[in-house]
Ligand binder design. Structure first.
Ligand code: GLV
Ligand code: MG
Length: 337
C-alpha cells in the first residue's frame, strides 16, 4: 500500500491561506489538563492555573452533560478570550463527528478564538477520512476568519476501528499534532469486561510457576501495553507525538504514576490530567530522570561523532545506545527550556 507523504497530502486553500505547514511541534506537553468550561468556579481559576500546566484543554465532549454543551462552548470561548496563555498550550476537545454539536463547536470557536487556539482534539476517530473532513473544514474556517496560525489536530484512539487504522490516521494530514489513547471508550468498543477509565484490572494477571507448596505470586498485567506500543510506532514513524489518555481513579496516585511511567518509557510525550494531583505526577514522570540523563550525557561525550563502541560503568555502548542517549538528553533540554 502506498501512503502519501503527510507533508504534501493537502494543499492549503489559495485565498487567505494560513502559513503552509508547521514543523512537528517541539513544545513540552507533559500533561494535557482537562477542564469543564461550563462551570463558573472552574473558569475563575484558569488565570492561576495557566503557569502551572503545559496544556489547558476545555472539554466539550464526554463528561459534559447534553444540556450543558452550549454553556461549555461559550465558557471555552470566554476562558480563551480572557487570558494570555503565553507558552501554555490552549486546546479544546470538541464533540464527535456524528454528534449534533460539533459543527457549532468548530464554527463558533474558530470564529471567536481561532487565533489563540493551538490544537483541536477530535474524539472517536475511526480512520483517515475523519481527519480529512476536519482538515478541510478548518482550512475553510481559517481562510474565512483570516487565522494566520494553522490549527493542529489531535486524534483520540478509542475505537477498535481506529486502532486498526492507526497508521493511516497518523499520516492523514500535515495538521496532525499527535494522538492519545482513550482507554474508556476503547474498552467499550472492544467489548472488554471492565468499568474503568484507564489503568489495570485486578483480574488481568498471570500467576508465577508453582514452586512446591508455597503460594503462587500474582502479577497484574498492563491492559494497554499493546495499544500504546502500536500507537507510538504509528506516531513516531509519522513524526507526531503520542500520549496516554485519562486515568480515572483520581484517588489512586500510585497506580496513576505507574501507568504514566510505562507510557513514558514506551515513548509517549505526556498524558491527560484530570486533577491537580495528576498534574504533579505527569510533571515528574514525563521529565526524564536526572540520573538517567547524566548517564546518557556520558554516552554522548564518550562517542562525540555518534559511532564506534565504548564501555561505561561496565556496559557496552555503540551507535544505537548513542541514539537512545540523544533522545533522553534532547527531552531533558526541552523540559528545562
Ligand atoms: C477518553 O476519552 C476515553 O474514552 O478514555
Ligand atoms: Mg472517550
Amino acid at each position: 500500500m502506498t501512503i502519501k507523504s503527510p507533508r504534501n497530502f493537502f494543499k492549503p486553500l489559495a485565498i487567505g491561506a494560513p502559513e503552509p505547514f508547521r514543523e512537528p511541534p517541539v513544545r513540552v506537553e507533559r500533561m494535557i489538563h482537562f477542564v469543564p468550561p461550563h462551570l463558573d468556579k472552574v473558569r475563575a481559576k484558569i488565570g492561576d492555573m495557566i503557569p502551572t500546566v503545559d496544556v489547558i484543554l476545555g472539554n466539550l465532549e464526554d463528561a459534559i452533560p447534553a444540556d450543558a454543551k452550549e454553556a461549555a462552548r461559550k465558557g471555552f470561548i470566554e476562558m480563551a478570550s480572557a487570558h494570555d496563555y503565553g507558552s501554555t498550550g490552549l486546546w479544546t476537545r470538541v464533540n464527535c463527528l456524528n454528534s449534533p454539536w460539533i459543527l457549532d463547536d468548530l464554527t463558533e470557536i474558530v470564529a471567536a478564538v481561532g487565533q489563540k487556539l493551538d490544537v483541536i482534539m477530535l474524539p472517536k476517530v475511526e480512520g483517515p477520512w475523519d481527519i480529512h473532513y476536519l482538515d478541510q473544514l478548518l482550512a475553510q474556517l481559517e481562510a474565512r476568519h483570516q487565522i494566520k496560525k494553522q490549527i493542529m489536530i489531535h486524534a483520540i484512539l478509542e475505537t477498535a476501528e481506529g486502532v486498526k487504522n492507526v497508521e493511516s490516521i497518523a499520516l492523514a494530514s500535515p495538521r496532525m499534532h499527535g494522538m492519545s489513547l482513550g482507554p474508556a471508550d476503547l474498552a467499550a468498543s472492544r467489548a472488554m469486561k471492565t468499568t474503568r477509565v484507564g489503568g489495570g484490572h485486578p483480574e488481568y494477571k498471570v500467576l508465577a510457576d508453582a514452586e512446591g507448596s508455597a503460594p503462587r505470586a500474582v502479577y497484574q498485567q498492563d491492559l494497554w501495553h499493546y495499544t500504546v506500543a502500536k500507537m507510538v510506532d504509528a506516531c513516531q514513524s509519522a513524526g507526531i507525538k503520542s500520549f496516554y489518555g485519562p486515568f480515572g481513579d483520581i484517588s489512586d496516585l500510585a497506580a496513576c504514576e505507574v501507568q504514566f511511567r510505562n507510557a513514558f518509557l514506551l515513548g509517549c510525550a505526556g498524558a491527560w490530567s484530570l486533577h491537580p494531583n495528576q498534574v504533579a505526577i505527569a510533571k515528574r514522570v514525563f521529565s526524564p530522570d536526572p540520573k538517567e540523563v547524566a548517564f546518557a550525557k556520558k554516552i554522548l561525550e564518550a562517542m562525540p561523532d555518534g559511532s564506534g563502541v565504548a564501555m561505561i560503568d561496565g556496559k557496552m555502548q555503540d551507535d544505537a545506545t548513542w541514539k537512545q542517549a540523544k533522545v533522553m538528553v534532547d527531552c531533558a533540554r526541552q523540559v528545562a527550556a
